[in-house]
Design a binder for this molecule. Structure first.
Ligand code: AMP
Length: 141
């Protein structure tokens, strides 16, 4: 199967602005930043997205995210950060190697976040529906 852009970055076949690296994780600036400092955090081991990710790889990413998010926030003088992550084409995933977006937010700059904008809020579940769903989720964990 052909390598994704991010695997090519990991293999030094494509350039990137590296922010962070350890044995398991690599972070670099997004080529089309939504805000200044928009960073992507990826595992070195290939997985397509979070739905395809083993728990060890997920834990490496999870351990690195707070470090990188704080460093990016402080270095860019941001007032906050959003972290988001897309899985599958229908959910906006374009590059099929797991990645987390760290998006610094700035008080003085408005940001139109189409991805996260809630245009069609879902109906709330009733207590009965919640209990049914909770059972279904627990049976799959
Ligand atoms: P997603 O829609 O979650 O798959 O996001 C893919 C992200 O990868 C987008 O924000 C792109 O701007 C970014 N991207 C694509 N190619 C590159 C590249 N060569 N270097 C850095 N970021 C990239």
């Amino acid at each position: 199967m052909e390598k994704t852009i991010f695997e090519k970055i990991l293999d030094n076949e494509l350039p990137s602005y590296k922010i962070y690296e350890d044995d398991f994780v690599y972070a670099f600036l997004d080529i089309f930043p939504v805000t200044k400092g928009h960073t992507l955090v990826i595992p070195k081991k290939h997985c397509k997205n979070i739905l395809d990710c083993d728990s060890e790889t997920a834990s490496h990413i999870g351990a690195a995210l707070p470090k990188i998010a704080n460093a990016v926030k402080d270095s860019f003088g941001a007032d906050g950060v959003n972290i988001f992550q897309n899985n599958e084409e229908f959910a906006g995933q374009v590059v099929f190697h797991l990645h987390f977006h760290i998006v610094p937010r700035y008080k003085d700059k408005d940001l139109h976040f189409d991805n996260l904008e809630i245009k069609y809020p879902s109906e709330k579940l009733s207590d009965e529906q919640f209990i049914e769903i909770q059972k279904r989720i627990v049976s799959k964990l």
